[in-house]
Design a protein around this ligand. Structure first.
Ligand code: AMP
Ligand code: ZN
Length: 447
Protein backbone atom coordinates (compact mmCIF):
# COMPACT_ATOMS: atom_id res chain seq x y z
CA UNK A 1 0.00 0.00 0.00
CA UNK A 2 1.24 3.52 -0.70
CA UNK A 3 2.46 5.52 2.27
CA UNK A 4 0.77 8.92 2.13
CA UNK A 5 1.34 9.96 5.76
CA UNK A 6 2.49 13.54 6.34
CA UNK A 7 5.83 14.27 4.77
CA UNK A 8 8.49 16.96 5.26
CA UNK A 9 9.05 16.85 1.47
CA UNK A 10 7.06 18.83 -1.07
CA UNK A 11 3.71 17.07 -1.57
CA UNK A 12 4.57 15.97 -5.10
CA UNK A 13 7.08 13.43 -3.75
CA UNK A 14 5.01 10.42 -2.89
CA UNK A 15 6.47 7.11 -1.72
CA UNK A 16 5.01 3.68 -2.29
CA UNK A 17 6.97 2.28 0.64
CA UNK A 18 8.48 5.17 2.56
CA UNK A 19 10.39 2.99 5.04
CA UNK A 20 12.20 1.07 2.32
CA UNK A 21 12.69 3.96 -0.08
CA UNK A 22 14.19 6.35 2.46
CA UNK A 23 16.09 3.88 4.66
CA UNK A 24 19.46 5.20 5.79
CA UNK A 25 22.62 3.73 4.31
CA UNK A 26 23.59 1.59 7.29
CA UNK A 27 20.11 0.01 7.48
CA UNK A 28 20.02 -0.49 3.74
CA UNK A 29 23.40 -2.25 3.78
CA UNK A 30 22.38 -4.44 6.72
CA UNK A 31 19.27 -5.39 4.76
CA UNK A 32 21.34 -6.13 1.67
CA UNK A 33 23.72 -8.35 3.63
CA UNK A 34 20.94 -10.43 5.13
CA UNK A 35 19.20 -10.79 1.75
CA UNK A 36 22.51 -11.66 0.11
CA UNK A 37 23.09 -14.44 2.63
CA UNK A 38 19.62 -15.85 1.91
CA UNK A 39 20.18 -15.54 -1.84
CA UNK A 40 23.45 -17.42 -1.50
CA UNK A 41 21.69 -20.22 0.35
CA UNK A 42 19.24 -20.47 -2.53
CA UNK A 43 21.98 -20.31 -5.13
CA UNK A 44 23.86 -23.19 -3.49
CA UNK A 45 20.86 -25.37 -4.33
CA UNK A 46 21.29 -24.77 -8.06
CA UNK A 47 23.46 -27.08 -10.16
CA UNK A 48 25.29 -24.08 -11.65
CA UNK A 49 26.34 -22.32 -8.42
CA UNK A 50 27.07 -25.57 -6.58
CA UNK A 51 29.78 -26.07 -9.13
CA UNK A 52 30.79 -22.40 -9.61
CA UNK A 53 31.15 -21.69 -5.89
CA UNK A 54 32.86 -24.98 -5.08
CA UNK A 55 36.39 -23.55 -5.12
CA UNK A 56 35.56 -20.33 -3.24
CA UNK A 57 35.13 -21.64 0.29
CA UNK A 58 31.53 -20.40 0.32
CA UNK A 59 29.39 -23.25 1.58
CA UNK A 60 26.46 -21.25 2.92
CA UNK A 61 25.20 -17.68 3.13
CA UNK A 62 26.88 -17.35 6.51
CA UNK A 63 30.28 -17.51 4.85
CA UNK A 64 29.57 -14.00 3.57
CA UNK A 65 30.19 -11.79 6.63
CA UNK A 66 30.02 -8.35 5.02
CA UNK A 67 29.09 -6.75 1.70
CA UNK A 68 32.80 -6.53 1.05
CA UNK A 69 32.85 -10.33 0.82
CA UNK A 70 30.75 -10.02 -2.34
CA UNK A 71 33.98 -9.89 -4.30
CA UNK A 72 34.70 -13.50 -3.30
CA UNK A 73 31.80 -14.51 -5.55
CA UNK A 74 32.70 -15.01 -9.23
CA UNK A 75 30.83 -13.07 -11.93
CA UNK A 76 27.98 -14.70 -13.85
CA UNK A 77 27.66 -14.01 -17.58
CA UNK A 78 24.99 -14.38 -20.23
CA UNK A 79 27.08 -17.26 -21.54
CA UNK A 80 26.74 -19.04 -18.15
CA UNK A 81 22.97 -18.56 -18.26
CA UNK A 82 22.82 -20.13 -21.71
CA UNK A 83 25.01 -23.01 -20.58
CA UNK A 84 22.67 -23.53 -17.63
CA UNK A 85 19.60 -23.81 -19.86
CA UNK A 86 17.02 -25.03 -18.99
CA UNK A 87 17.21 -25.72 -15.24
CA UNK A 88 20.81 -25.07 -14.19
CA UNK A 89 19.85 -21.94 -12.25
CA UNK A 90 16.65 -23.26 -10.70
CA UNK A 91 16.82 -23.40 -6.90
CA UNK A 92 13.33 -24.54 -5.89
CA UNK A 93 11.24 -27.57 -6.89
CA UNK A 94 9.60 -27.08 -10.27
CA UNK A 95 6.17 -27.55 -8.67
CA UNK A 96 6.75 -24.31 -6.71
CA UNK A 97 7.46 -22.33 -9.88
CA UNK A 98 4.48 -20.33 -11.14
CA UNK A 99 5.88 -18.51 -14.16
CA UNK A 100 8.78 -18.24 -16.55
CA UNK A 101 10.02 -15.37 -18.66
CA UNK A 102 12.78 -15.14 -21.20
CA UNK A 103 15.16 -12.47 -22.38
CA UNK A 104 14.04 -11.00 -25.68
CA UNK A 105 17.37 -12.06 -27.10
CA UNK A 106 18.70 -8.52 -27.63
CA UNK A 107 22.04 -10.07 -28.47
CA UNK A 108 21.40 -13.76 -29.10
CA UNK A 109 19.67 -16.91 -27.83
CA UNK A 110 17.09 -16.24 -25.09
CA UNK A 111 17.72 -17.19 -21.47
CA UNK A 112 14.98 -18.36 -19.10
CA UNK A 113 14.10 -17.07 -15.64
CA UNK A 114 11.72 -18.80 -13.21
CA UNK A 115 9.54 -17.20 -10.54
CA UNK A 116 7.82 -18.48 -7.42
CA UNK A 117 4.54 -16.87 -6.34
CA UNK A 118 6.48 -14.82 -3.76
CA UNK A 119 8.98 -13.74 -6.43
CA UNK A 120 6.15 -12.40 -8.58
CA UNK A 121 4.76 -10.47 -5.59
CA UNK A 122 8.13 -8.93 -4.80
CA UNK A 123 8.76 -8.00 -8.44
CA UNK A 124 5.29 -6.46 -8.74
CA UNK A 125 6.08 -4.40 -5.63
CA UNK A 126 9.20 -2.95 -7.25
CA UNK A 127 7.32 -2.06 -10.43
CA UNK A 128 4.47 -0.48 -8.43
CA UNK A 129 7.02 1.52 -6.42
CA UNK A 130 8.64 2.72 -9.64
CA UNK A 131 5.33 3.76 -11.21
CA UNK A 132 4.27 5.55 -8.02
CA UNK A 133 7.60 7.42 -7.84
CA UNK A 134 6.73 9.18 -11.12
CA UNK A 135 3.61 10.70 -9.55
CA UNK A 136 1.08 8.24 -10.98
CA UNK A 137 -1.74 6.92 -8.83
CA UNK A 138 -4.96 4.90 -8.89
CA UNK A 139 -6.83 7.60 -10.80
CA UNK A 140 -4.62 7.03 -13.85
CA UNK A 141 -5.56 5.07 -16.96
CA UNK A 142 -2.51 3.17 -18.13
CA UNK A 143 -2.08 1.97 -21.72
CA UNK A 144 0.68 -0.60 -21.76
CA UNK A 145 1.91 -0.39 -25.37
CA UNK A 146 4.73 -2.89 -24.97
CA UNK A 147 5.05 -6.53 -25.98
CA UNK A 148 3.31 -9.07 -23.74
CA UNK A 149 4.46 -12.69 -23.68
CA UNK A 150 7.84 -14.08 -22.73
CA UNK A 151 9.27 -10.54 -22.68
CA UNK A 152 8.98 -9.17 -19.14
CA UNK A 153 7.92 -5.63 -20.07
CA UNK A 154 4.26 -6.43 -20.77
CA UNK A 155 3.25 -8.53 -17.78
CA UNK A 156 5.71 -6.79 -15.42
CA UNK A 157 4.20 -3.35 -15.99
CA UNK A 158 0.71 -4.80 -16.20
CA UNK A 159 0.88 -6.25 -12.68
CA UNK A 160 2.69 -3.19 -11.30
CA UNK A 161 0.02 -0.90 -12.74
CA UNK A 162 -2.77 -2.98 -11.24
CA UNK A 163 -0.97 -3.00 -7.90
CA UNK A 164 -0.95 0.81 -7.96
CA UNK A 165 -4.66 0.60 -8.71
CA UNK A 166 -4.53 2.18 -12.14
CA UNK A 167 -6.94 1.06 -14.84
CA UNK A 168 -4.60 -0.99 -17.04
CA UNK A 169 -5.29 -1.35 -20.77
CA UNK A 170 -3.22 -4.29 -22.05
CA UNK A 171 -3.00 -2.91 -25.58
CA UNK A 172 0.43 -4.28 -26.43
CA UNK A 173 2.37 -2.52 -29.21
CA UNK A 174 1.54 -1.85 -32.85
CA UNK A 175 -1.58 -0.66 -34.69
CA UNK A 176 -1.41 3.03 -33.87
CA UNK A 177 -4.95 3.68 -35.14
CA UNK A 178 -6.28 1.24 -32.54
CA UNK A 179 -3.99 2.76 -29.90
CA UNK A 180 -5.45 6.25 -30.55
CA UNK A 181 -8.94 4.83 -30.36
CA UNK A 182 -8.20 3.29 -26.95
CA UNK A 183 -6.63 6.54 -25.74
CA UNK A 184 -9.71 8.49 -26.76
CA UNK A 185 -12.34 5.97 -25.63
CA UNK A 186 -10.87 5.38 -22.17
CA UNK A 187 -9.11 8.66 -21.48
CA UNK A 188 -5.62 7.18 -21.22
CA UNK A 189 -3.33 9.31 -19.04
CA UNK A 190 -0.16 7.18 -18.94
CA UNK A 191 1.70 5.25 -21.65
CA UNK A 192 4.45 2.68 -21.55
CA UNK A 193 6.46 1.93 -24.70
CA UNK A 194 9.94 1.88 -26.13
CA UNK A 195 11.15 5.42 -26.87
CA UNK A 196 11.28 4.57 -30.58
CA UNK A 197 7.63 3.47 -30.55
CA UNK A 198 6.63 6.68 -28.74
CA UNK A 199 8.29 8.69 -31.50
CA UNK A 200 6.44 6.61 -34.07
CA UNK A 201 3.15 7.20 -32.24
CA UNK A 202 3.78 10.93 -32.38
CA UNK A 203 4.46 10.86 -36.14
CA UNK A 204 1.31 8.80 -36.75
CA UNK A 205 -0.72 11.14 -34.59
CA UNK A 206 0.19 14.04 -36.82
CA UNK A 207 -0.42 11.93 -39.93
CA UNK A 208 -3.86 10.81 -38.77
CA UNK A 209 -4.78 14.32 -37.63
CA UNK A 210 -5.40 13.31 -34.01
CA UNK A 211 -5.67 16.49 -31.96
CA UNK A 212 -3.53 16.40 -28.84
CA UNK A 213 -6.35 18.14 -26.97
CA UNK A 214 -8.58 15.13 -27.63
CA UNK A 215 -6.25 13.06 -25.42
CA UNK A 216 -5.69 13.17 -21.66
CA UNK A 217 -2.08 11.93 -21.77
CA UNK A 218 0.19 13.23 -19.01
CA UNK A 219 3.05 10.76 -18.53
CA UNK A 220 4.96 8.00 -20.27
CA UNK A 221 7.45 5.36 -19.18
CA UNK A 222 10.07 4.74 -21.84
CA UNK A 223 12.63 1.97 -21.66
CA UNK A 224 13.83 -1.44 -22.91
CA UNK A 225 16.41 0.25 -25.15
CA UNK A 226 18.96 3.04 -24.82
CA UNK A 227 17.96 6.57 -25.75
CA UNK A 228 19.50 9.98 -25.33
CA UNK A 229 18.35 12.90 -23.21
CA UNK A 230 17.55 14.72 -26.47
CA UNK A 231 15.22 11.89 -27.48
CA UNK A 232 13.44 12.22 -24.12
CA UNK A 233 13.11 16.01 -24.59
CA UNK A 234 11.84 15.50 -28.12
CA UNK A 235 9.12 13.05 -27.00
CA UNK A 236 8.16 15.31 -24.10
CA UNK A 237 7.86 18.33 -26.34
CA UNK A 238 6.08 16.66 -29.24
CA UNK A 239 3.60 14.68 -27.16
CA UNK A 240 3.43 17.23 -24.34
CA UNK A 241 3.96 14.61 -21.63
CA UNK A 242 6.49 13.82 -18.90
CA UNK A 243 8.76 10.95 -19.89
CA UNK A 244 10.45 8.73 -17.27
CA UNK A 245 13.32 6.38 -17.99
CA UNK A 246 12.61 2.76 -17.04
CA UNK A 247 15.46 0.25 -16.84
CA UNK A 248 15.33 -3.47 -16.32
CA UNK A 249 16.41 -6.80 -17.74
CA UNK A 250 14.86 -10.22 -17.62
CA UNK A 251 17.83 -11.72 -15.76
CA UNK A 252 16.95 -9.33 -12.90
CA UNK A 253 13.14 -9.89 -13.19
CA UNK A 254 12.45 -7.28 -15.87
CA UNK A 255 11.19 -3.73 -15.36
CA UNK A 256 11.43 -2.18 -11.89
CA UNK A 257 15.20 -2.53 -11.44
CA UNK A 258 15.98 1.19 -11.78
CA UNK A 259 13.58 4.03 -12.51
CA UNK A 260 13.50 7.80 -12.59
CA UNK A 261 11.64 9.69 -9.89
CA UNK A 262 9.99 13.04 -10.48
CA UNK A 263 13.38 14.80 -10.31
CA UNK A 264 14.28 13.08 -13.62
CA UNK A 265 17.93 13.19 -12.76
CA UNK A 266 19.15 9.60 -12.93
CA UNK A 267 17.46 6.28 -12.22
CA UNK A 268 17.12 5.09 -8.62
CA UNK A 269 18.35 1.52 -8.46
CA UNK A 270 16.20 -0.25 -5.86
CA UNK A 271 18.97 -1.34 -3.56
CA UNK A 272 16.77 -3.41 -1.27
CA UNK A 273 16.22 -5.69 -4.29
CA UNK A 274 19.58 -5.46 -6.05
CA UNK A 275 23.25 -4.94 -5.27
CA UNK A 276 24.80 -2.79 -7.98
CA UNK A 277 28.49 -2.60 -8.83
CA UNK A 278 30.15 -0.75 -11.69
CA UNK A 279 33.28 -2.35 -13.08
CA UNK A 280 35.78 -1.70 -15.80
CA UNK A 281 34.82 -4.34 -18.40
CA UNK A 282 38.49 -4.90 -19.31
CA UNK A 283 40.12 -5.17 -15.88
CA UNK A 284 36.95 -6.30 -14.05
CA UNK A 285 37.98 -3.97 -11.19
CA UNK A 286 35.50 -1.46 -9.72
CA UNK A 287 35.63 1.97 -11.38
CA UNK A 288 36.03 5.10 -9.26
CA UNK A 289 32.76 6.58 -7.89
CA UNK A 290 30.95 8.41 -10.68
CA UNK A 291 32.97 6.89 -13.54
CA UNK A 292 31.27 5.01 -16.35
CA UNK A 293 31.64 1.25 -16.53
CA UNK A 294 29.69 -1.97 -16.84
CA UNK A 295 26.82 -2.50 -14.45
CA UNK A 296 27.00 -5.73 -12.43
CA UNK A 297 23.87 -6.77 -10.55
CA UNK A 298 23.06 -9.29 -7.85
CA UNK A 299 19.38 -9.99 -7.34
CA UNK A 300 18.23 -10.07 -3.70
CA UNK A 301 14.51 -10.46 -4.23
CA UNK A 302 14.12 -13.77 -6.07
CA UNK A 303 14.31 -17.29 -4.70
CA UNK A 304 13.53 -19.42 -7.77
CA UNK A 305 16.40 -18.15 -9.94
CA UNK A 306 19.12 -16.51 -7.87
CA UNK A 307 21.74 -14.78 -10.01
CA UNK A 308 24.91 -13.42 -8.44
CA UNK A 309 27.12 -10.64 -9.80
CA UNK A 310 25.57 -10.68 -13.26
CA UNK A 311 27.57 -8.82 -15.91
CA UNK A 312 24.80 -6.88 -17.64
CA UNK A 313 27.11 -5.36 -20.31
CA UNK A 314 25.13 -2.14 -19.83
CA UNK A 315 27.24 0.99 -19.53
CA UNK A 316 26.44 3.54 -16.83
CA UNK A 317 27.81 5.16 -13.67
CA UNK A 318 26.56 6.26 -10.26
CA UNK A 319 25.46 9.86 -9.79
CA UNK A 320 27.15 11.03 -6.60
CA UNK A 321 25.12 12.69 -3.84
CA UNK A 322 21.55 12.48 -2.63
CA UNK A 323 18.42 13.03 -4.73
CA UNK A 324 16.05 15.88 -3.93
CA UNK A 325 13.14 13.42 -3.72
CA UNK A 326 14.47 12.06 -0.40
CA UNK A 327 15.01 8.50 -1.61
CA UNK A 328 18.28 7.06 -0.38
CA UNK A 329 18.74 4.47 -3.13
CA UNK A 330 21.60 5.49 -5.40
CA UNK A 331 21.01 6.80 -8.90
CA UNK A 332 22.41 5.51 -12.17
CA UNK A 333 23.06 7.72 -15.13
CA UNK A 334 21.03 7.04 -18.28
CA UNK A 335 22.36 3.77 -19.80
CA UNK A 336 24.17 4.81 -22.97
CA UNK A 337 24.48 1.38 -24.52
CA UNK A 338 26.16 -1.95 -24.03
CA UNK A 339 29.85 -2.70 -23.92
CA UNK A 340 29.17 -5.18 -26.74
CA UNK A 341 27.35 -2.75 -29.06
CA UNK A 342 30.43 -0.65 -29.77
CA UNK A 343 31.18 -0.42 -33.47
CA UNK A 344 34.76 -0.30 -34.65
CA UNK A 345 34.77 1.64 -37.89
CA UNK A 346 38.14 1.83 -39.62
CA UNK A 347 39.71 1.43 -36.21
CA UNK A 348 37.66 4.16 -34.52
CA UNK A 349 35.34 3.18 -31.66
CA UNK A 350 31.82 4.48 -32.12
CA UNK A 351 28.84 3.86 -29.87
CA UNK A 352 25.43 4.09 -31.56
CA UNK A 353 24.38 6.37 -28.67
CA UNK A 354 26.89 9.01 -29.84
CA UNK A 355 25.14 9.11 -33.21
CA UNK A 356 21.70 9.27 -31.60
CA UNK A 357 22.80 12.16 -29.39
CA UNK A 358 23.75 14.19 -32.45
CA UNK A 359 20.82 13.42 -34.74
CA UNK A 360 18.03 13.66 -32.16
CA UNK A 361 19.27 17.10 -31.09
CA UNK A 362 18.81 18.47 -34.63
CA UNK A 363 15.42 19.85 -35.57
CA UNK A 364 16.14 19.10 -39.24
CA UNK A 365 15.93 15.40 -38.32
CA UNK A 366 12.57 13.64 -37.90
CA UNK A 367 11.68 10.84 -35.52
CA UNK A 368 13.59 7.92 -36.98
CA UNK A 369 17.13 7.03 -38.01
CA UNK A 370 19.21 3.98 -38.94
CA UNK A 371 22.95 3.33 -38.81
CA UNK A 372 24.39 1.12 -41.56
CA UNK A 373 27.98 -0.14 -41.66
CA UNK A 374 29.31 -1.86 -44.78
CA UNK A 375 32.60 -2.85 -46.36
CA UNK A 376 33.68 -0.87 -49.39
CA UNK A 377 36.82 -2.51 -50.68
CA UNK A 378 39.02 -2.85 -47.63
CA UNK A 379 37.46 0.08 -45.80
CA UNK A 380 34.42 0.37 -43.56
CA UNK A 381 31.74 2.76 -44.67
CA UNK A 382 29.31 4.33 -42.22
CA UNK A 383 25.96 5.55 -43.50
CA UNK A 384 23.51 7.35 -41.27
CA UNK A 385 20.01 7.32 -42.70
CA UNK A 386 17.67 9.87 -41.18
CA UNK A 387 14.08 10.82 -41.77
CA UNK A 388 13.74 14.53 -42.41
CA UNK A 389 12.05 16.84 -39.92
CA UNK A 390 8.57 18.29 -40.24
CA UNK A 391 9.75 21.58 -41.73
CA UNK A 392 11.78 20.05 -44.58
CA UNK A 393 10.35 19.46 -48.04
CA UNK A 394 11.82 16.67 -50.11
CA UNK A 395 11.59 18.66 -53.36
CA UNK A 396 13.88 21.49 -52.25
CA UNK A 397 17.23 20.08 -53.31
CA UNK A 398 19.33 23.05 -52.16
CA UNK A 399 17.85 22.85 -48.71
CA UNK A 400 18.31 19.08 -48.66
CA UNK A 401 21.98 19.40 -49.56
CA UNK A 402 22.51 21.97 -46.85
CA UNK A 403 20.76 19.78 -44.28
CA UNK A 404 22.75 16.70 -45.32
CA UNK A 405 26.00 18.66 -45.00
CA UNK A 406 25.09 20.03 -41.63
CA UNK A 407 24.24 16.58 -40.23
CA UNK A 408 27.44 15.08 -41.66
CA UNK A 409 29.63 17.85 -40.23
CA UNK A 410 28.02 17.74 -36.79
CA UNK A 411 28.38 13.95 -36.73
CA UNK A 412 31.99 14.11 -37.83
CA UNK A 413 32.77 16.58 -35.05
CA UNK A 414 31.40 14.09 -32.53
CA UNK A 415 32.59 10.70 -33.78
CA UNK A 416 35.66 11.83 -35.77
CA UNK A 417 34.74 9.83 -38.86
CA UNK A 418 33.00 11.20 -41.88
CA UNK A 419 29.67 9.45 -42.41
CA UNK A 420 27.58 9.33 -45.53
CA UNK A 421 24.23 10.88 -44.65
CA UNK A 422 21.04 9.85 -46.45
CA UNK A 423 17.82 11.79 -46.06
CA UNK A 424 14.55 9.88 -46.19
CA UNK A 425 10.92 10.90 -46.23
CA UNK A 426 8.93 10.72 -43.03
CA UNK A 427 7.81 7.13 -42.38
CA UNK A 428 10.31 5.63 -44.85
CA UNK A 429 12.61 3.90 -42.37
CA UNK A 430 11.58 0.64 -40.69
CA UNK A 431 9.77 0.89 -37.34
CA UNK A 432 9.99 -1.87 -34.81
CA UNK A 433 7.23 -2.56 -32.30
CA UNK A 434 9.63 -3.90 -29.70
CA UNK A 435 13.21 -2.86 -29.22
CA UNK A 436 14.31 -0.73 -32.17
CA UNK A 437 16.99 -2.11 -34.45
CA UNK A 438 19.15 0.96 -34.96
CA UNK A 439 22.26 -0.64 -36.40
CA UNK A 440 22.68 -2.77 -39.51
CA UNK A 441 26.22 -4.05 -39.54
CA UNK A 442 26.56 -5.65 -42.98
CA UNK A 443 30.28 -6.33 -42.76
CA UNK A 444 31.34 -9.96 -43.16
CA UNK A 445 31.61 -11.45 -39.67
CA UNK A 446 35.14 -12.79 -39.99
CA UNK A 447 36.82 -9.43 -40.59
P1 AMP B 1 15.59 -7.91 -21.84
O1 AMP B 1 16.28 -8.84 -20.91
O2 AMP B 1 15.18 -8.52 -23.11
O3 AMP B 1 14.48 -7.20 -21.14
O4 AMP B 1 16.66 -6.78 -22.23
C1 AMP B 1 17.31 -6.04 -21.25
C2 AMP B 1 18.29 -5.09 -21.87
O5 AMP B 1 17.60 -3.99 -22.53
C3 AMP B 1 19.16 -4.40 -20.84
O6 AMP B 1 20.25 -5.19 -20.44
C4 AMP B 1 19.59 -3.16 -21.61
O7 AMP B 1 20.64 -3.47 -22.50
C5 AMP B 1 18.35 -2.79 -22.40
N1 AMP B 1 17.56 -1.78 -21.67
C6 AMP B 1 16.45 -1.97 -20.93
N2 AMP B 1 16.00 -0.79 -20.43
C7 AMP B 1 16.84 0.17 -20.85
C8 AMP B 1 16.94 1.58 -20.65
N3 AMP B 1 16.03 2.27 -19.96
N4 AMP B 1 17.99 2.23 -21.22
C9 AMP B 1 18.91 1.55 -21.94
N5 AMP B 1 18.87 0.23 -22.17
C10 AMP B 1 17.85 -0.47 -21.63
ZN1 ZN C 1 14.82 10.82 -6.66
Amino acid sequence: MPDTSSSPKPPSFQYWNRAMETMNRAELEAWQLSRLQKTLDYSLRTPFYKERLSGTGIKSGNDIRSLDDLKKIPFTTKHDLRDGFPYGFLSIPLEDVVRLHASSGTTGTPTTIYFSAEDIKRWTGFVARSIFATGCNKTDVFQNMITYGLFTGGLGFHSGGEEVGMLVIPSGPGNTTRQFRLMQDFGTTVLHATPSFLLHVESKMREEGIARESLRLRKAFAGAEPYSEDTRLRIEKLLNIDVYNSYGLSEMNGPGVAFECQCKNGLHIWEDGYIAEIINPETLEPVREGETGELVLTILCREATPILRYRTRDLTGFIPGPCACGRTHRRLRRITGRSDDMLIINGVNVFPSQIEEVVMAMHQVGNNYLIVVEKEGSLDRLTVKVEVGQDIFMDDSRLLNAVRDKIAKTLQASITINPRVELHEKGALPVSEGKAVRVEDKRPKDV
